[in-house]
Design a protein around this ligand. Structure first.
Ligand code: COI
Length: 355
């Protein structure tokens, strides 16, 4: 079958679009009118359909609830200057989804199902795409085991769902982060590189503690020694150190962020030296003290480029200078925005344009 034209759409008779406050979206507060749903059974993904967003019938014995087979992606759709709709870096998100699925013994999603499913759901709820600069339609593909069984096993039945949500900026101001020296997000050889639900659930407790202490998120350190930086809660972390862009090298405990990759690529084009390597807490502390650390920011699909105001190391607050108009993070964020909107050439074919 060719999915593009054939995904059936059952439209809602009661759109909730008029209830959305587009001037005050926040992140994840609204879910659009429709969702895409496909079932996996008997070794194959069945034809998807688009139906009104709402509850699904599910068994409390479904395996994802008990043994954690649940994986998701986060992507964004934007309006372009010429009226087209752009879903950014579809191919890379698809590849990452399948890497996550493989790690969790879950069935791969074909490119056809992924791309055509995204196109269909975005077209169906195109009116939900915000128009303001800095806002977008967040796309949340999620795959989870739906088979009802208590036996500890790899499931034979799954659901693939795509939800969409009009969102504004993830953080409303520069963030305060605490270097986490007790708890661990992921160890080498574990599932840290995969976008599986458990990575987020396990992060809540230390993050809640950090919030109670006045921080927005934590910076995770390596599981063996708590010596090297891995990533931050919902984003990869990047530093401008000695005028170079420095970020932790990817490993099995770090998410291979799509925005991370985009920024590294653009930085090189801008003539900035990029170092992907181990970064110790000690190095960051020293570079604060000798003022060679001039910028720190988070990079992620939801976070985009989020300035860091403060990093707390061992109880000591270190403050970053205010972000200036000529800072690297602002320049690269603007460049990214121009590519996504079609104002700058899309040299790397990152835009997936829906006419
Ligand atoms: C994203 O950036 O898309 C994420 O998935 C991070 C967070 C919102 C869960």
């Amino acid at each position: 079958m060719t999915l593009t034209s054939s995904i059936p759409v059952k439209r809602t008779t009661q759109s909730r679009l008029s209830t959305v406050d587009f001037s005050n979206l926040g992140f994840g507060n609204y879910i659009s009118d429709h969702m895409l749903v496909a079932k996996y059974d008997k070794g194959t993904w069945q034809d998807p359909q688009i139906i009104p967003y709402g509850d699904l019938m599910m068994s409390p014995a479904m395996l994802s609830l008990h043994y954690g087979q649940a994986v998701f992606e986060g992507m964004k759709a934007f309006h372009m200057k010429d009226g087209g709709i752009n879903v950014f870096r579809v191919e890379r998100h698809h590849k990452r989804l399948n890497r996550s699925l493989e790690r969790m013994c879950m069935p791969a999603i074909s490119e056809e199902l992924f791309v055509n499913g995204l196109e269909a759901i975005v077209k169906t709820d195109a009116d939900w795409i915000p128009k303001d600069n800095g806002s977008s339609l967040y796309l949340r593909p999620v795959v989870f085991a739906s088979e009802a069984k208590l036996g500890v096993k790899v499931a034979d039945q799954y659901l693939f769902v795509i939800l969409t949500s009009p969102v504004g900026p993830y953080f409303s101001k520069p963030v305060r982060l605490k270097v986490e020296l007790d708890y661990v997000r992921a160890a080498e050889g574990g599932t840290g590189f995969a976008k599986c639900a458990g990575n987020y659930g396990g992060a809540f407790y230390p993050t809640q503690q950090a919030r109670e202490q006045g921080f927005d998120q934590v910076i995770w350190t390596d599981a063996k020694e708590h010596k090297y930086i891995d990533e931050s809660g919902a984003m990869n972390i990047m530093f401008v150190l000695d005028n170079k862009l420095v970020t932790p090298a990817l490993s099995s405990s770090i998410l291979d962020g799509v925005t991370r990759n985009t920024i590294i690529t653009l930085a090189k084009d801008m003539g900035v030296t990029v170092e992907e390597r181990k970064i110790s807490i000690e190095e960051i502390e020293k570079s604060f003290k000798n003022k060679t650390l001039t910028e720190a920011f988070g990079a992620g699909t939801a976070a985009v480029v989020s300035p860091i105001a403060t990093i707390n190391i061992n109880g000591m607050d270190y403050h970053l200078p205010e972000v200036k108009a000529d800072s690297f993070q602002l320049r690269v964020k603007n460049k990214l925005g121009e590519i996504r909107s079609g104002a700058a050439p899309d040299t790397y074919n990152w835009n997936h344009v829906i006419k």
